[in-house]
Ligand binder design. Structure first.
Ligand SMILES: [Zn+2]
Ligand SMILES: [Zn+2]
Ligand SMILES: [Zn+2]
Length: 274
């Protein structure tokens, strides 16, 4: 499978509109960017493409990276930066299956699948497929398993994507704190490529009103506030999950400029063949 990182930024992206911080300035100077989150997975055997999350930057990403339009998609959760690009398929795709979790979110009273169906009821090409977490479904010839993660107050899911023929495996954490449930960790383990939410370095937890949590043995917070992993948390999870290769994604412009483009922080347009 060919994995293209279409969007590696957090909800404001890098550069952020109207921002002249050192990191946004450095991004402009280097000609790199981190648009809102989306990952494109192409099954080269079947020539089908699976899109993970609909970035508000959908149109721009597909023009920029020239990847095939998706045959199917997965939505991890209903935050703006992962869902609100879905309207872009209007008059672009004739049909699209969208897979999303079927568990009711106590916060919204709906599942992710239910929210997608209700919010986009006017989009005729869509077929929403309610999907049970921790059960594997075949999409675009790939075995896809949604796994619950921790992104309060909303339900959110990571996923594993495995090629049943080659055994190649991609895992994504989704937006999550370090508190990923054990049964989800088991599904995400031993990937050829892990994409992990590492929104900021742990050093920035002192600036979050809720601080950090899930400290490691050295007292370094692995969760920033309540919703996302720190860089250190994401790398710690990657080590525990025994990932062959790890890229950090969902990155904020709050990374200091001298750390923002260091390995293994991803930028848009990276491609991996697994
Ligand atoms: Zn900035
Ligand atoms: Zn989110
Ligand atoms: Zn997000």
């Amino acid at each position: 499978m060919r994995v293209s990182l279409l969007g590696t930024g957090d909800t404001t992206g890098t550069p952020t509109v109207g921002c002249d911080c050192d990191t946004c300035t450095a991004a402009r100077e280097r000609g790199v960017e981190r648009t809102r989150f989306s990952v494109h997975v192409e099954n080269e055997r079947t020539e089908e493409s699976l899109l993970i999350d609909f970035s508000p930057d959908f149109r721009y990403q597909f023009l920029r990276d020239e990847v095939p339009l998706p045959d199917a998609a997965v939505i991890t959760h209903v935050h703006f930066d992962h869902l609100d690009g879905l309207g872009n398929v209007f008059r672009v795709l004739d049909s699209l299956e969208v897979y999303a979790a079927d568990e009711t979110d106590p916060q919204t009273g709906k599942s992710v699948a239910g929210t997608v169906r209700d919010d986009y009821h006017y989009l005729d090409p869509l077929t929403v497929v309610p999907t049970t977490p921790l059960e594997t479904v075949r999409i675009c010839g790939l075995d896809v398993t949604l796994v619950p993660v921790d992104h309060p107050p909303l339900v959110c899911y990571g996923l594993a994507v495995e090629d049943p023929v080659t055994g190649a495996k991609l895992s994504l954490t989704g937006d999550t704190s370090y508190d990923v449930p054990e049964e989800s960790r088991a599904v995400l383990a031993d990937a050829d490529l892990l994409l992990a939410d590492g929104i900021v370095p742990a050093s920035l937890c002192e600036y979050h009103p809720l601080g950090g949590r899930h400290e490691d043995a050295d007292g370094v917070p692995r969760t920033f506030g309540t919703k996302h992993m720190t860089r250190e948390g994401a790398l710690g999870l990657a080590a525990e999950l025994n990932a062959e290769q790890t890229r950090l994604v969902h990155l904020a412009h709050f990374y200091p400029a001298d750390e923002a483009f260091e390995e293994p922080l991803a930028i848009d347009g990276e491609q991996y063949v697994l």
